[in-house]
Design a protein around this ligand. Structure first.
Ligand code: FPP
Length: 292
């Protein structure tokens, strides 16, 4: 008898919840049935945490600030880039677990505009090479897990060879209908807002003149890099830092924040599930008073 049978759990390869509709409403019996099932592919630790989750209240979009690669390397007397290299296994584990439990959208802050401009060239070149190798190696797994790849950030400022590889990976996963994995590369939230406002002005100017410029929240959201995504419900930051670091400043207005001391190279799917468990304990009030 394996540990799942010992616990009376069953494992199912079920369609992600989001394919049943964005805000699924399940009957009491369906919820009870789902609570007893564990998505296929979770390991023992993940299954233990998943068992505590309410599958009907999973975040629709999780954003992650991956931080702590340098500290992880320094503690081991390794060069900083060793931390970035080790961080790829964390990306893989997190992406696969998110897809397995049916999270519709996952966004990873891989590389900020500030990283690009302020880090030594050697580290930047290493990160670019790592990204290209990741994309090449990972496309078959993304396809196997029905994951579609997208990007946010000023792609046109990246080296041509990197842009080419990014375009290839996006095209190779375009047909997938499951989780949307968005990589933030050369991303800055302030730059995103500048680009959105410029695009709105340009659209109005070429569409009858600036007197037709209409500015409202929906219009701004529709001009952000993230127009293909709902706003994140949950933002996770690793390595204990309490900052947003110019990440999705508009979109995170009402997100729940989960900061874990775990350094990114040590982060795995089980930590993602722990973050979701914490999220499900929060009461989201959106400025209202909440339950009496
Ligand atoms: C922050 O750690 C991390 C980065 C700037 C790069 C993130 C890259 C990866 C996780 C690996 C590659 C990713 C993909 C998608 C292939 P830091 O260097 O700022 O750490 P520190 O604060 O401890 O110095």
């Amino acid at each position: 008898m394996n540990f799942m049978e010992a616990k009376g759990w069953t494992s199912v390869a079920r369609p992600p919840l989001h394919r049943l509709g964005a805000r699924v409403s399940l009957s009491f019996q369906q919820r009870l049935a789902l609570r007893g099932t564990i998505p296929a592919g979770l390991d023992r630790k993940e299954a233990e945490v998943y068992q505590r989750l309410d599958p009907e209240r999973l975040p629709q979009h999780i954003a992650i600030i991956m931080d702590g690669n340098g500290r992880w390397a320094r503690r081991r007397h390794l060069p900083r880039v060793a931390g970035h290299r080790a961080g790829v296994a964390s990306v893989r584990s997190t992406v696969e677990t998110a897809a397995r439990i049916g999270i519709p959208s996952l966004t990873l802050y891989a590389f900020s505009e500030e990283n690009w401009k302020k880090r030594p060239k050697g580290e930047v070149d290493f990160l670019m090479g790592l990204l290209c190798r990741y994309l090449k190696a990972e496309v078959p797994t993304l396809n196997k897990n029905n994951i579609r790849l997208e990007y946010i950030g000023r792609q046109h400022e990246l080296p041509a060879s990197v842009q080419e590889k990014m375009g290839w990976a996006r095209d190779a996963t375009r047909q997938n209908t499951g989780m949307v994995l968005t990589l933030a590369l050369n991303y800055s939230a302030r730059t995103e807002l500048v680009d959105a406002f410029r695009a709105m002005v340009d659209a109005a100017a070429s569409n009858g003149g600036l007197q037709h410029l209409k500015i409202d929240e929906d219009g701004i959201s529709q001009h952000l890099y993230t127009r293909h995504l709902p706003d994140p419900d949950l933002v996770i930051r690793t390595s204990g830092e309490m900052r947003l670091s110019n990440f999705l400043l508009w979109q995170l207005a009402y997100a729940e924040i989960f900061v874990t001391p775990t350094l990114w190279p040590e982060f795995r799917g089980v930590h993602l599930l722990e973050g979701i468990a914490e999220y499900q304990k929060r009461e989201r009030r959106y400025g209202g008073l909440g339950a009496p």
